[in-house]
Design a protein around this ligand. Structure first.
Ligand code: 5AD
Ligand code: SF4
Length: 446
């Protein structure tokens, strides 16, 4: 049996694309999953170009396969996703032992490209310039039995000055509402309990198809398929409608969790980033969200060290972060990306200053997350169990509707594995910044 291994970098869209890749390799090439990269006949890297770090790690991991390729010329190494889409064939100059390069829109071609490279014994690549193709419809093998990603739109029209995504994923294309609902219904019939709707900017969903955004309609329609939990990423503050917040509040399946990236707390920096809102508008969106959705957990993204960011701008960011009381915040050091507007901006922030600001932000975030989690001690939360804890098999791990990680001892007489994909009521006994600890309280239900 020939085997494969997929190594995925980056966002949820990439994780879902990897599920498509697995589906194609198994159904069209008859491959089976390998234990690890070193024992696989076909290795696929699904890459991310958003920040330099992921790209460096990719290069390191592909380079590490060189000796393996020399000893086994039948090994096929494929590199796909955002990095080749952005750099076209330049990757081959630095990593000549790669056999297949494919773009974000060539996933359906991958089996053919792999066969072609294997028989021709020379590298093949297929990366179209035209990134305006449809959302991928290929079969997929889900990472999880009870959770599914459901893309509702791909691509992005926003051109934030720092971001490479509009270049790697192309313009925003939405999938028709009835198609999205039909896929959700199939997933629910297949036993899926939790669906995450995916899009670079879910709030503008449907603008290309229907003339105006219809994200609230998608939320309501998918919520009514019988799915137990419905999540979505990513929301753009400039397009967050009251209608969407109402749908979140009114539809019981929609989780009270909102990922709303601010990127900065300074109006001056936000304008330079081309975000389409200022500090006050962002704070207003957050106020509206907390008001409309009881028990809301808020998360966000912040970039530190954008070109021209002053100490004062950064103090504005710290102040905004404190005011928003995030449950979770993803913090990034600015990383210049070739071809974006920001990469050509003057006034680069020295690395040491950016790092100092970053460390201060992380400290604030940690303290804030701990404060918010502490409010849950003594309360009972609904947890969807993911399985035994990775660190301690006597503990189970799962997530609340608000996406908080919870650990609790496996109840006596119960097999930990049997609780995977089961809802358990857990009484919270301890709060930490990034997780909660509790004990199973009362009953378990499917
Ligand atoms: N540098 C640093 N962070 C970035 N992000 C996107 N592009 C860059 C960049 N060039 C961050 C943003 C975005 C998240 C997915 O990654 O915060 O919301
Ligand atoms: Fe990138 Fe901005 Fe589009 Fe998000 S909204 S994908 S940050 S361009």
């Amino acid at each position: 049996m020939r085997t494969y291994r997929i190594v995925t970098f980056g966002c949820q869209m990439n994780r879902h694309d990897s599920e498509h890749i697995a589906g194609l390799l198994e159904s069209q090439l008859g491959l089976v999953p390998a234990e690890d990269v070193t024992s696989a006949d076909v290795v696929v890297f699904n890459t991310c170009a958003v920040r330099e770090g992921a790209e460096d790690r990719l290069r390191g991991q592909v380079a590490a396969l060189k000796p393996l390729k020399s000893s086994n010329p039948d090994l096929v190494i494929a590199v796909g996703g955002c990095v080749p889409q952005h750099e076209k064939d330049r990757l081959l100059d630095t990593l000549p032992h790669v056999d297949v390069l494919f773009g974000t829109h060539n996933i359906p071609d991958l089996p053919r490209l792999i066969e072609q490279a294997a028989s021709a014994r020379r590298p093949v690549s297929a990366i179209p310039d035209d990134t305006d193709l449809d959302v991928d419809q290929t079969p997929s093998i889900r990472e999880s039995r009870w959770h599914a990603w459901l893309p509702i739109a791909v691509g992005c029209d926003n051109f934030c000055a720092y971001c490479v995504v509009p270049y790697t994923r192309g313009r925003e294309r939405s999938r028709p509402l009835d198609e999205v609902v039909a896929e959700a219904e199939r997933l629910v019939a297949d036993g899926v309990l939790e669906i995450t709707l995916l899009g670079q900017n879910v709030n503008s969903y449907g603008r290309d198809l229907y003339g105006s955004p219809r994200f609230a309609d998608v939320l309501r329609a998918v919520a009514r398929t019988g799915v137990r939990r419905l999540r979505f990423v990513t929301s753009h503050p400039k397009d967050l409608s009251q209608d969407t917040l109402l749908a979140m509040a009114e539809e019981p399946a929609v989780c009270e969790y909102l990922h709303l990236p601010a990127q900065s707390g300074s109006s001056r920096v936000l304008a330079a980033m081309n975000r389409g809102y200022d500090r006050e508008q962002y704070l207003d969106a957050v106020r509206r969200a907390y008001e409309a959705v009881p028990g809301l957990a808020l998360s966000g993204d912040i970039i530190v060290g954008f070109p021209g960011e002053t100490d004062e701008d950064f103090e504005d960011t710290l102040d905004l972060v404190r005011r928003c009381r995030y449950d979770q915040l993803f913090t990034f050091l600015y990383s210049p990306r070739a071809g974006t507007r920001a990469a050509r901006m003057p006034d680069e922030v020295p690395r040491s200053i950016a790092q100092r600001r970053f460390d201060r932000l992380v400290e604030v975030v940690q303290q804030m997350a701990l404060e918010k989690n502490s409010e849950l001690v003594g309360r009972t939360v609904e947890v969807l169990v993911e399985g035994p804890s990775k660190k301690d098999p006597r503990m189970l791990s799962g997530r609340t509707r608000t996406n908080k990680l919870v650990h609790a001892p496996v109840p006596p007489g119960i097999e930990a594995a049997s609780l995977e994909g089961v809802f358990v009521e857990i009484r919270v006994t301890e709060a930490h910044a990034w997780h909660l600890v509790g004990e199973a309280a009362g009953y378990l239900r499917k």
